[in-house]
Design a protein around this ligand. Sequence first.
Ligand code: G3H
Ligand code: 13P
Ligand code: ZN
Length: 314
Amino acid sequence: MIVTTKELFQQAYGKYAIGAYNINNLEQTMGLFKGNVDSQAPFIVQLSKGARSYSHKRMLEMMMTTADEIFPDAVFAVHLDHGDEETCMDCISSGVYSSVMIDASHHPLEKNIEITKRVVDAAHAKGLVVEAELGLLKGVEEDVHAADHVYTKPEEAEYFVKQTGCDSLACAIGTSHGAFKFHGDQKLRFDILAEIQKRLPGFPLVMHGSSSVPQDEVARINAAGGEIKGASGVDASQFLGAAKLGVTKINIDTDGRLVWCRVHREFFRDHPEKFDLRDPGKVFIPEYAKFIAAKNVLLGSAGRLGEVRAALKK
Ligand code: G3H
Ligand code: 13P
Ligand code: ZN
């Protein structure tokens, strides 16, 4: 069942976070749905601009509606990840997405508000909800490069949410996208989340760049011919602490890519004679499902499907 993120956040707020997982292809989609149904978790499917152009945006939309049919137990939102205004408008009119992210965080505050507000108005008119972003994550976010973190300012967050009417807010607290997040100890600014929660009680916050980059996964990739050096991620034991401070959505993409990379490197190392793409695919789908189910336990979303379904019926 496709629902809005708002409906999921209402249930999760203060207790647990919903996993928001990026997908690009058929195998990821099958593993993602299987893993969430197996672990009885509501979830968010994220489609990035890159994913939409990798195959075709309509192909991904059809996969979402088909997955909805073949996994009747799944409760999920279909969400555009890091959209610009044009892409948001296309998703709003698609009839498949239930949520879009407008990422105008690289613009000055008033311009970010102006663009976000236009998207919010268009989305709300069609029953979709909107995630916006304030602050910049260090590194590359879609086409924008930030040399350092620009942490979200709590007073600006309060003003921004009131001006735009957005439904959730991505905050920059020290995470970054990709597999190389920290040099030395990780420093996440939970004090910023606490201050935003004080100013915006009950308002859903989002953590981007939250892959954990498991060291055993990186080691297996490297043992099978990879060369990934100096990778590090977010300590997943922090997820529930973030949830208590109002984080209802935690974005994970890189960890899924690492699972894909490990399975395929090991498969072709161990079976040099094989060349049928379905052979590693048959290994990847259940491995990805296992990964998703384990992640949902850490997020606290595993086992919540029953209560979420009951709340949706009311
Ligand atoms: O925030 C970025 C996500 O990990 C999506 O990555 O733009 O390469 O699809 P992508
Ligand atoms: P990771 O690169 O840490 O998986 O973050 C993904 C993300 O924030 C997608 O928007
Ligand atoms: Zn992101």
